[in-house]
Design a protein around this ligand. Structure first.
Ligand SMILES: [Zn+2]
Length: 412
């Protein structure tokens, strides 16, 4: 089954890229790229069983209307999944259905952003990336939630998830001090995730606040924690302290920290707050150098700023979501700048996501995988034709981006 899928993907890539040496992707390179079984650094696979809502801590399918990007408008996609073929495949494959979807995408391993895993989404094809944002907001979130309708929905979901983390940690009431909260809730939750197979912790913080996490001392953070309903500016200091604590714990436990860095869904998303340059003080903190930070979605529109950050030894990125929202030609230009600078830090990703019936995680994943491969092929072909790299190096770089960089980072 996997072999047939490789052929399907190969044919698709060849059709897109043209079969001659004059096309935007070198034909031999296109064939190589189509044959590499990828590791998808970021996606939201959905369980085979009906009614799954754990594919995201903050589902974005019920937000106030925004101006939809062209790529997300109805009819923008052509994929091999007709509605009835998905239903047939679900029946035919049962719990193996999600893995079958990966086969269609040419993906070997998918990092699954999920609140919890499930029978049909299991290693080795899926690796868990749970959510840690709920731990950052342990106080009354009413003021933050009042900002707009999206935040209201998001903080209600975070409050629910934090209650679940408390219950799973066996804690009935919020501990009196910050140190007790960290020792009895934060660390045990991260350790449980690690034991459950997590390779990273995911932060959707950019949907909730700025990504500027300042260095704050423990005494000050504890004072804010005890205040219970501090002013928003003080509450931020507590969140900053908790973020850095969690990042440090992730380093100790051998989990990466994943951060959403891109303009996000919805009409209230704070684009400036998601600028990856906000993360520079974290990346420059010598005490956090044991933690690897992965800037998920490659920071669009700040794709040059993020490139400069890749010089930090513990900074990585993926191009998930850009592979869905940008054309392969546009993404190729962005990717080429990254590949000319820090090719060891660039990873393939789709952000497969169940947006709607028409654009499910199957369709969005398939399109992003095909476009991501084509963009990579275009970027490498440009470098090849300009005499920057050899054919052999182009193939090597393709393997690194599609697979090897992630395999090394997560020790898969
Ligand atoms: Zn995502």
């Amino acid at each position: 089954m996997r072999d047939r899928c490789v052929v399907v993907v190969a044919v698709a890539v060849l059709l897109w890229s043209g079969c001659s040496r004059q096309g935007p992707v070198d034909a031999d390179l296109a064939r190589e790229i189509a044959g590499i079984q990828a590791i998808d650094n970021h996606a939201h696979p959905v369980l085979a069983a009906e009614g799954d809502r754990e594919f995201d801590a903050l589902p974005v399918d019920n937000m106030e209307p925004q101006s939809d990007p062209v790529a997300m408008r109805p009819g923008a996609f052509k994929t091999p999944f007709a509605a009835d073929s998905k239903a047939t495949a679900k029946q035919q494959h049962g719990d193996r259905y999600p893995a079958w979807v990966l086969d269609q995408m040419g993906v070997d391993v998918m990092l699954a952003n999920r609140v919890g895993m499930g029978a049909s989404i299991q290693p080795p094809r899926f690796r868990w990336v749970p959510y840690a944002d709920a731990l950052l907001f342990p106080l009354d979130n009413a003021v933050l939630a009042a900002k707009n309708s999206d935040r209201k929905a998001f903080f209600a979901l975070e409050d629910k998830l934090r209650a679940r983390y408390l219950a799973e940690s066996g804690v009935a009431v919020m501990p009196a001090t910050l140190a007790e909260y960290i020792a009895s809730v934060v660390t045990p939750t991260l350790e449980r995730h690690k034991e459950g197979g997590a390779v990273a912790e995911k932060f959707e913080a950019a949907y909730l606040r700025t990504l500027a996490f300042d260095a704050v001392d423990a005494v000050q953070a504890d004072r804010v924690y005890r205040a219970k309903t501090p002013p928003a500016a003080d509450y931020k200091l507590l969140q900053d302290y908790l973020f850095r604590t969690i990042a440090s714990e992730c380093g100790r436990l051998g989990m990466a920290v994943h951060l959403h860095t891109m303009a996000g869904a919805g009409s209230y998303f704070d684009v400036a707050g998601a600028n990856p340059l906000n993360l520079e003080p974290l990346l420059d903190d010598p005490t956090l150098r044991k933690t690897n930070f992965v800037m998920v979605h490659g920071g669009w529109p700040f794709t040059r700023e993020i490139n400069a950050l890749l010089q930090k030894p513990n900074a990585y990125l993926d191009f998930s979501a850009q592979s869905l929202l940008l054309s392969p030609a546009t993404l190729a230009g962005i990717m080429r700048e990254w590949l000319e600078h820090q090719p060891e830090k660039v990873m393939f990703g789709t952000d497969a996501y169940p947006y709607s019936n028409e654009l499910g995680w199957e369709e969005s994943g398939w399109v992003a995988a095909a476009h991501g491969r084509e963009a990579l092929g275009r970027a490498l072909t440009g470098m090849l034709r300009d005499g920057e790299i050899t054919q052999q190096r182009a193939i090597e770089l393709a393997r690194m981006v599609l697979r090897e960089n992630a395999r090394k980072l997560y020790k898969l």
